[in-house]
Write a protein that binds this ligand. Structure first.
Ligand code: DGL
Length: 250
């Protein structure tokens, strides 16, 4: 199966990492809209327009499935993309909600949702979780973590003071934290340690693998996946990040 993976920038590489670990696809075509990242501070119309343009890009490749490895796109543009796509389009929000349910069945659990400004504003996670009965929900737009990850500051003082800035007023340690932005898994260890290892973290990449394995037939696994990386700006920069994050011969 040939799959397209779309993100506003490099964040979706964290989803690609999970797809590769599970050997799900023969070929992955990645497109990061690096010229226009971040999407998370843009309005709905702009996010939809950019996402439909990305869909046009993928039409050159005859993909069998498109994964929008961006929570912001998943929260705002999924239904529009599905209307205009010849193949299935899967977002990361619904898989994230289902992964949370599998990990923490107790609907009284305290759930903290982290995302971009746009994702938090959409309340996409809250809607999905409330339908399942979860009611102790809070959300923080941890926007600064996006450029911090883009800068490769996965540990250290800047990251620690940013986490403190966002989390210092929380009344208690949450039972679970949804990493509702595909950049955030890169700082998952720091978030986990900040909460003394007591919160279960939900990661879009692992969530989508769980979702794909329960919705599609993956009897065949691929020891080698052909990877193609495209970006709307500085594709070599994207490939460099891919080499660092995926540790593959790219
Ligand atoms: N990777 C995007 C997401 O998951 C966040 C980055 C952005 O703001 O474009 O929401």
């Amino acid at each position: 199966m040939r799959v397209g993976v779309f993100d506003s920038g490099v964040g979706g590489l964290s989803v690609v990492k999970s797809l590769l670990e599970h050997k799900l696809f023969e070929e992955i075509i990645y497109f990061g809209d690096t010229a226009r990242v971040p999407y998370g501070v843009k309005d709905q119309n702009t996010i939809i327009r950019y996402s439909l343009e990305a869909l046009e890009f993928f039409k050159n490749f005859e993909i069998d499935l498109l994964i929008t490895a961006c929570n912001t796109v998943s929260a705002y543009a999924l239904s529009e993309m599905r209307l205009h796509s010849d193949c299935d389009v899967i977002g990361v929000v619904e898989p994230g909600v289902l992964a949370l349910k599998n990990a923490i069945p107790d609907t009284d659990a305290d759930i903290l949702i982290l995302g971009t400004k746009a994702t938090v504003k959409s309340q996409a996670y809250e809607k999905g979780l409330q339908e399942l009965g979860y009611h102790n929900l809070s959300a923080i737009a941890t926007t600064l973590l996006v450029p911090i990850v883009e800068e490769g500051l996965y540990e250290g003082e800047i990251l620690q003071s940013t986490l403190h800035h966002y989390f210092k007023d929380l009344p208690k340690i949450p039972d679970a934290i949804i990493l509702g932005c595909t950049h955030f898994p890169l700082v998952a260890d720091a978030i986990h340690n900040y909460f003394e290892g007591q919160s279960t973290l939900i990661h879009s990449g692992e969530a989508i693998v769980e979702y794909l394995e329960s919705h599609y037939d993956f009897t065949k696994r691929f020891e080698h996946t052909e990877l193609k990386f495209f970006a709307s700006e500085n594709p070599e920069g994207l490939r460099k990040t891919a080499r660092e994050w995926l540790g593959e011969n790219i």
